[in-house]
Ligand binder design. Structure first.
Ligand code: ADP
Ligand code: ADP
Ligand code: ZN
Length: 226
């Protein structure tokens, strides 16, 4: 059931690849009616559609590096101004650089929105390789699964939509994950200090059980967005 007391919340989920941003964002969507905005999903859709931005992003993503701020900001702005985001948004995988964080501040200001919280999902690097290497998603509804940590209740059938088609990301391999973790530590982790300085940072231990982490996040959402 959706809790309806949350109004125009803007939440950021910060964390390395595999931290659980997508998994938790989808749970918050269901619970609070917020809309998940994943720049990774938006970029993969642009790659699949073969747009100019998608063509430029493809090789960068395959190498595990960050796509240019200009491309990412353009696709995020387009999506953020669609009407369904009025109930509030969870930014999953954005911002990832100081320039993106500053652009987001301006965008929120111009839309009359304020940041509820920037939530840092705290995990250790060793576990991330295992999480990312075993990740797959439903090809129909996008629900996320893991070979070991989150399997469908009926083998080969999506819990959410009943589809039997699943897919794996091209960049979820051990070599690319190393580059992605490095990009996270060099370019994204400094944002933890940026949001701490604004008094917006919340830290969540993201090493444990998926449902326990979800409860910690729900408590933050209720607190900042009620
Ligand atoms: P992860 O599960 O590793 O957090 P995402 O789906 O968020 O992955 O992102 C996949 C890839 O898309 C990244 O490795 C990067 O190349 C690109 N990407 C996604 N979001 C951004 C962003 N905000 N800025 C730059 N590149 C991004
Ligand atoms: P991100 O969006 O941060 O890259 P995902 O939400 O896609 O991360 O999670 C990465 C993988 O780890 C997925 O296969 C997911 O099912 C699994 N996973 C997510 N949270 C946990 C957790 N707390 N413990 C174990 N595995 C998890
Ligand atoms: Zn599904």
């Amino acid at each position: 059931m959706t809790e309806t007391s949350v109004k125009s919340a803007v939440l950021i989920l910060l964390g390395p690849p595999g931290a659980g941003k997508g998994t938790q964002a989808r749970m918050l969507e269901e619970q609070f009616g917020l809309v998940q905005l994943s720049t990774g999903d938006l970029l993969r859709a642009a790659v699949a559609a073969g747009t100019e931005a998608g063509k430029q992003a493809k090789t960068v993503m395959e190498a595990g590096a960050l796509v240019s701020d200009d491309i990412v900001l353009a696709i995020l702005r387009d999506r953020m101004t669609e009407p369904d985001t009025k109930a509030g948004i969870i930014l999953d995988g954005f911002p990832r650089t100081a320039k993106q964080a500053e652009a987001l501040d301006k965008l929120l200001e111009s839309e009359g929105l304020s940041l509820g919280a920037a939530i840092s999902l705290e995990v250790d690097d060793a576990a991330m390789i295992e999480r990312v290497s075993g990740r797959y998603t439903c090809a129909n509804c996008g629900e996320g699964y893991h070979d070991t940590f989150k399997t469908p209740s009926v083998d080969g059938v999506c819990d959410k939509c009943g589809s039997t088609e699943f897919k794996r990301r091209a960049d979820d391999n051990a070599e690319t994950v190393g580059a992605r973790l490095e990009a996270y530590h060099q370019q994204t982790a400094p944002l933890i200090t940026y949001y701490a300085g604004k008094g917006a940072l919340r830290r969540v231990d993201a090493m444990g059980d998926i449902n326990r982490i979800a409860e910690d996040l729900a408590a933050i959402v209720r607190e900042v967005a009620a």
